[in-house]
Design a protein around this ligand. Sequence first.
Ligand SMILES: Nc1ncnc2c1ncn2[C@@H]1O[C@H](COP(=O)(O)OP(=O)(O)OP(=O)(O)O)[C@@H](O)[C@H]1O
Ligand SMILES: [Mg+2]
Length: 121
Amino acid sequence: MLFDPGPKESRADLFGRDEELGRISNFLSSSSRLLVIYGIRRIGKTSVLKVALNESRIPYCYIDAKALEGDLSVRRLYGLVSRCLSEVAVRFRLEDVIRRIARSLHGVHVLGSGVDLSIIY
Ligand SMILES: Nc1ncnc2c1ncn2[C@@H]1O[C@H](COP(=O)(O)OP(=O)(O)OP(=O)(O)O)[C@@H](O)[C@H]1O
Ligand SMILES: [Mg+2]
């Protein structure tokens, strides 16, 4: 939606960012590990990232660290990671993969029929 105050998710809604999308797409298909997108507030950083990730079809977990404002705790961070992994499991049908990985990780539990992660620390 054009005037949605949230980040754009599809290229059709994102204007004038083809070059940036191309560069992020090149990054995603390379072996590079770190990408920094910087710019002034509300310039469209999150939007270009989300559109590029959605077009790549790579399963991804998006965590907005702004959600830690006011509660900068490990519990809160783990809560965000849990929620994100649960969403990615459903969205990309990765329940079994995540369940298998979780079995070999200390302190990570997958509960129930969906993926309900509780991280114990
Ligand atoms: N190129 C664009 N085309 C259409 N809408 C855009 C574009 N760039 C930004 N917007 C819109 O502007 C607003 C801010 O975009 P976005 O959240 O992606 O920016 P940001 O740089 O990540 O912001 P912040 O600094 O708050 O993290 C959103 O409503 C988004 O949809
Ligand atoms: Mg942003």
